[in-house]
Ligand binder design. Sequence first.
Ligand code: ADP
Length: 626
Amino acid sequence: MKNKNMPTLSQALKINFKAWRILFKEYPHILFSNVLVSIWSALSPYVGIFLAARVIDELSSGKDSKTVIWLVAVTLVAEAVIALLTALLKKYKETQSAGLYYKVENIYTKKLLNTDFATVDDPATQELLTTIRQNRNGGGWGIYRMLYDVELLVGALFSTVGGISLTVTLFTQSVPQSAGDFTVLNNPLFLIAIIVAMVIITCAAPLLDSKAQGYYAKLAGTLNLGNRLHSHFLYVCADKRYAEDTRVYRQYVYCEKYGNDKTSTFGTKGVFSKYSKGPVGILCALSAAISVVFTLIVYVFVCLKAWAGAFGIGAVTQYISAVTKLSDSFSNILRTFGAMKNNAPFLRLELDFLELPDKLKSGEECIEKVADDEYRIEFVNVSFKYPGTDMYALKNVNIKFGNGRRLAVVGKNGSGKTTFIKLLCRLYDPTEGTILLNGRDIKEYDIKEYGRVFSVVFQDFALFAMPLGENVATSAVYDRNKAVRCLEEAGFGERLKSWEDGLDTMLYKVLSEKGVEISGGEAQKIALARALYKDAPVVVLDEPTAALDPIAESEIYENFNKIVKNKTAIYISHRLSSCRFCDDIAVFEGGQVVQQGTHEELLEDTDGQYSELWNAQAQYYNERNS
Ligand code: ADP
């Protein structure tokens, strides 16, 4: 059956060529060194083949011993120089290709870093990247294999040229007329028949190989699933983070199942084994057998011509080696085309990923020109659906805030609070409606400059395994006094004093044994300090006290005005008691702003969502305290 996803050869070559360009743009020396070594490795053996034949010719003709000695010396020197250059070139290639896995990964990382959040956050993007990585890890498909194919193709092309130049005379040198019946070897028809037979056999072997490889390409989905299951259960179960639970809940049985099950993907009764024992095995065996037939034909033809007196014994070794090599090279050209065709669908996925367009377009307007240190933000009828979903996460949101006031955003889980912030920071664009900054649609501003307006502590913030100070300043060169001040304001002052290396203390043990493991609450304070260090005009804190103990939490509230100074602040929390110090409170429910006002105003509406939440939480605290 024809595979609709399989590109034609010309489409496959175009896809491969595009992928070469990407690799060449990022790492020109990898491609260059691989091509150089391939050309060298393809041509250099012919020097040895040619010289060895001359030595044998001289020896068998029993002529001048000086010529023999001179030829042997040239052969030895040539082989020594070739060996030396081969070693040097291979070292050069090895150096350039070192860490190829990470270099390919770096191409993906660069794309992700230069892509807007909406594209990165899209589940389809993540799924695509997961598939690409599984193809690479499972079957070695993609850019990885492409490099190997380039190497093989270039080597084969040059080796073919070298082979032809040493083989032409095999067909042009005639058997003398005195050879009787052997003169049939001079008949052009006979020569054509031999050449056709050789070409057919040369083509058949790689076609069979390529067909065998095609089975594995078609099985990539199965391989990926097997890989996914194996990596999950074998590696994840062995991960330190799972160590407690796997013991308490006996989850190690999963690992045993995937490690030992004969019918699993890689088991002896699994799908791969079935194919290896079946069609793939048969095709590979046939390919090997056909190659033997080829060698047989070459030996018979060359020996018959030598026997009949067309050339000397030295030429026999030259022709047999050269023709065999030529056939191998030609086979490799076809084999590589087959491999490139099989690899093309996997490369296409990588190209799809690397060519993903940004979802958000940047405007050109400069913030400073319009801001004047006043930041008035307005949501006008804003609605939003996450990509790939039908549900509105926000619906008809109309709200104004800014000018140094504090806005509290409250509501139950899933009511749309974080989505509201993501839209405000232009991580996503609204599906409908407009967000205005100082009266201008935020899409008109330069997107990078617009990002500088906000200091945000997201709920799922992340710190790097780097020194504390660098985490706070997000830079290796920074103002140390300012970093200390921000950490103190965020409530991390006492802890900082207790650390011998102060700001230079490495966070986490991932990269250093001296690193410190920090609690969720400590991490939250450092994230807050990082937001303060950025010193942006609008500060957004999304559940900034969720991981803090009650004392640290009340410290943050008490110091809140000192912390955010005259900036506009947005404070998200589902703990209503923490919002009382804000000037305005917006209550979200089901993606809508259902109430807005001060704490007192909202409590007056006894049927309102705010009063309901307030009473429920007050009752909980009263019960806990009684
Ligand atoms: P809150 O911050 O109030 O807990 P969110 O803004 O995180 O609520 O979520 C609002 C709604 O959007 C929820 O129904 C949630 O499941 C959905 N949602 C949040 N993030 C995504 C996402 N990346 N993709 C799809 N749906 C999402």
